[in-house]
Design a protein around this ligand. Structure first.
Ligand code: PGA
Length: 251
């Protein structure tokens, strides 16, 4: 059985003070050690503060990006080692905003995935189609290409640790989520691609999240689908009560 994983993606939101207030309000709202992994992926500047606030809880710390080198002349970048030092366990890689706004390619994302795994960070690899691609019936093809290229040459044991997030770009921040059945269909296609590439056992082990306008009122229906193992949540993760309702979807 795959353990569900619900992750917050705060994107470029909150000051340290605001992050601290969020966590103090959020912690008592969720049940500790329940059967869901909870991850907060916060901006770099908040990692220390959030790590401190989360100590002694089962909530994990995540980052939203990294540069795939240990150190060097890469002005403005952050290495995986720097993240590890702060207690980071997960890192979002290949988010559509990184791909679209910052021009990240599948090859560059593959490099980051390899480096993250090498140092022991768990990548959350984001894939998903644009509205145009959806309208042209290219959803599966797009996801397949991003999986193939993003995980190219990795061995099955490495892939087993990865989390995949299926995030249709048209659903991100728009309030228009994919229907639970459409999300399930694409996620089950992504799983079959993983099985084809890395074998049945690994393909069945990889956790695949849905992301894109996940809210307290649609999480339960999404989580009821057999291939959807969790959610990557943007807007609704910024507020402690709504994110807690998402985490506590089973209650
Ligand atoms: P959203 O963002 O929940 O605000 O749609 C999701 C994401 O971009 O990860």
């Amino acid at each position: 059985m795959r353990k569900p994983i619900i992750a917050a993606n705060w994107k470029m939101h909150k000051t340290n003070k605001e992050a601290q207030l969020f966590i103090r309000e959020f912690k008592p709202l969720i049940q500790e050690n329940k059967e869901v992994d909870v991850v907060l992926c916060v901006p770099f500047t908040q990692l220390s503060t959030v790590a401190e606030e989360l100590s002694g809880t089962s909530i994990a710390l995540g980052a939203q990006n990294m540069y795939p080198r240990e150190q060097g002349a890469f002005t403005g970048e952050i290495s995986p080692e720097m993240l590890l030092e702060l207690g980071v366990q997960y890192v979002i890689l290949g988010h559509s905003e990184r791909r679209e706004i910052f021009g990240e390619t599948d090859e560059f994302i593959r490099e980051k995935i390899g480096k993250a795994l090498e140092v022991g960070l768990i990548p959350i690899l984001c894939v998903g189609e644009s509205l145009e691609e959806k309208e042209q019936g290219l959803t599966q093809e797009k996801c397949r290409k991003q999986i193939l290229k993003g995980l190219e040459g990795l061995d099955a044991q490495e892939v087993e640790k990865i989390v995949v997030a299926y995030e249709p770009i048209w659903a991100i921040g728009t309030g228009k989520n994919a229907s639970p059945q459409d999300a399930e269909d694409t996620i089950s296609y992504i799983r079959s691609t993983l099985i084809e590439l890395f074998g049945e056992e690994i393909g069945q082990k990889v956790r695949i999240q849905y992301g894109g306008s996940v809210k307290p009122n649609n999480i339960k229906e999404l989580m009821a689908k057999s291939n959807i193992d969790g959610a990557l949540v943007g807007g609704a993760s910024l507020e402690p009560v709504s994110f807690a309702q998402i985490v506590n979807y089973g209650e």
